[in-house]
Design a protein around this ligand. Sequence first.
Ligand code: ARG
Length: 271
Amino acid sequence: MVKLINFKWQQLILSLGCLLLIIGCQSLYPATNPDAKPLKVATDPTFVPFEFQTADGKLEGFDIDLMNALASPAAGIPKVGGFAVQFESLPFDGMISTLQAKRVDAAISGITITAERLKTIAFSRPYFKAGLAIAVREDNQNIQDFNSLKGKKIAVQIGSTGADFAKTIPNAKISTFNSGPEFFQDLLNGNVDAVVSDAFATLYAIKNGKLKGIKVVADLLTQEYYGIAMPKDSPHLDAINKGLATLLSNGTYKQIYQKWFKVEPPQLPDS
Ligand code: ARG
């Protein structure tokens, strides 16, 4: 009889102990802990070699590597010390408004830092030196600079800096497209005379045999810098900037740059 009571007491104490442990764990790591949530990052994976999808649907590219490096504990983001990234594919044109609505935490997509965009969203420090260039069919001899674009048929990506630039060309007839592969196809078909878009992406595609029959006019039209975009007043801005500074100084940035571009990265401004 005594033994049986003892046994029940033991059971009770054990169950109470378990219950306390569970409650304790939940208050230490509540489900709403913001640090425990993965960072939702938007990207438009139609921009080789910055972001694109492999045949089996995997995201790859310079931006993807950079974001993953930022998320690794090695980037040493203070207090965060490594976080999970959840990439979300979005058309480039919707990127800024999605950030404004705070439907994602950040976007990495070869996004140029511009004064206009800074009015509605925030950017990290520059992480890539870029610029716009004119692309034409290989046999084209008459388009060589800004002046020769006057009155021509030009293709651009909707919502891009290339689209903004094209608006400044006198009498140009502008066709807009959702993604890179589409406007280059239009150029090859002879529907337009030139494409105004990011030089590095086009040069990379030509060099790697992904774009045949197209050449890039040597002189860049603009100098631009890409930044990681975030909603205004983002709580992640400071951490992302510190992480970028670490990757730039510890050689990780250089490694990623060389993996994709096979050359030394250029100097970047701090802000
Ligand atoms: N750099 C250009 C811009 O910011 C175009 C970027 C296009 N990126 C992309 N993932 N499609 O407007």
